[in-house]
Design a protein around this ligand. Structure first.
Ligand SMILES: Cc1cc2nc3c(=O)[nH]c(=O)nc-3n(C[C@H](O)[C@H](O)[C@H](O)COP(=O)(O)O)c2cc1C
Length: 235
């Protein structure tokens, strides 16, 4: 028999094993409106800042939006962006009626302002960026730039899962950077990279669905089979 504290912990599905956390860290887009203590959001951001960044510079910055009016302004932008994304999904034959993922994404777009917290991971531009953007390795630089914030983002998603908080990685608002800049008073050297709505989940966490390793990993040369799980032969 569980005591009340244990039962509450069970109910919000707090998790401690790293692999269980990763394997059940799916996008939780249906969120309760119950407030999330800032102490937990602090913990989530701190987990993010344990991630790696280019040169260890830690140019990440995080804007936490909890004020209703600001959330509504952002939600309006998000919904506009979602309408475009929704049309693209429809062209590919995916609709809220036949795709669980599109249905959940549509729900989030229509209820974003209800999420207790919108966490917006940003990067601060460095003086060296302008030179690199105008240099011969521009394309490579653009390819790796997000690598200084996405590890932090993944850490934060995992931390949310560990704490029993629902969260999802979204990027639609990055299409409207100028509008986001005005709403959030962002200085010109700050760029947003994502938006993570956070709240207690309405549904239960469950396993993520992913392609098996055998379909996505190769050994030594692209296209050469990587050993199956349980294959004891040393490669
Ligand atoms: C780069 C990137 C951008 C994404 N942008 C959005 C988004 O704007 N809106 C959204 O609802 N989900 C977004 N997602 C979440 C993916 O749709 C989701 O992770 C994927 O469908 C797998 O589902 P799962 O996380 O539930 O396992 C994004 C994910 C990534 C990695």
């Amino acid at each position: 028999m569980l005591c009340q504290a244990q039962q509450e912990e069970e109910d919000i599905m707090v998790e401690t094993d790293l692999f269980d956390i990763m394997y059940s860290c799916r996008s939780m887009r249906r969120l309760k409106t119950d407030p999330v203590p800032f102490e937990l959001i602090h913990k989530v951001i701190e987990a993010g800042t344990q991630g790696p960044s280019g040169g260890g510079v830690q140019a990440w910055r995080f804007v936490v939006v909890a004020e209703q009016q600001v959330k509504e302004q952002i939600a309006e932008i998000y919904l506009r962006g979602w309408r475009g994304a929704e049309a693209n999904y429809a062209k590919a034959g995916l609709t809220p009626e036949n795709s669980k993922n599109v249905r959940a994404a549509a729900y989030l777009a229509e209820h974003l302002a209800e999420a207790p917290v919108l966490l917006i991971p940003c990067l601060r531009a460095r003086k060296s960026h302008a030179a690199r953007l105008n240099g011969p390795h521009r394309e490579t630089f653009l390819r790796i730039l997000g690598g200084s914030i996405y590890p932090a983002i993944q850490n934060m998603l995992l931390a949310c899962r560990a704490l029993g908080l629902g969260a999802s990685l979204t990027t639609i608002t990055t299409l409207y950077e100028d509008e986001m800049r005005k709403i959030l008073d962002l200085p010109e050297f700050i760029t947003t990279y994502a938006l993570i709505p956070i709240g207690y989940p309405k549904g239960k966490f469950g396993p993520v669905t992913r392609r098996p390793v055998e379909e996505v990993a190769w050994l030594n040369r692209y296209g050469k089979a990587f050993p199956q799980q349980g294959d004891t032969k040393n490669p």
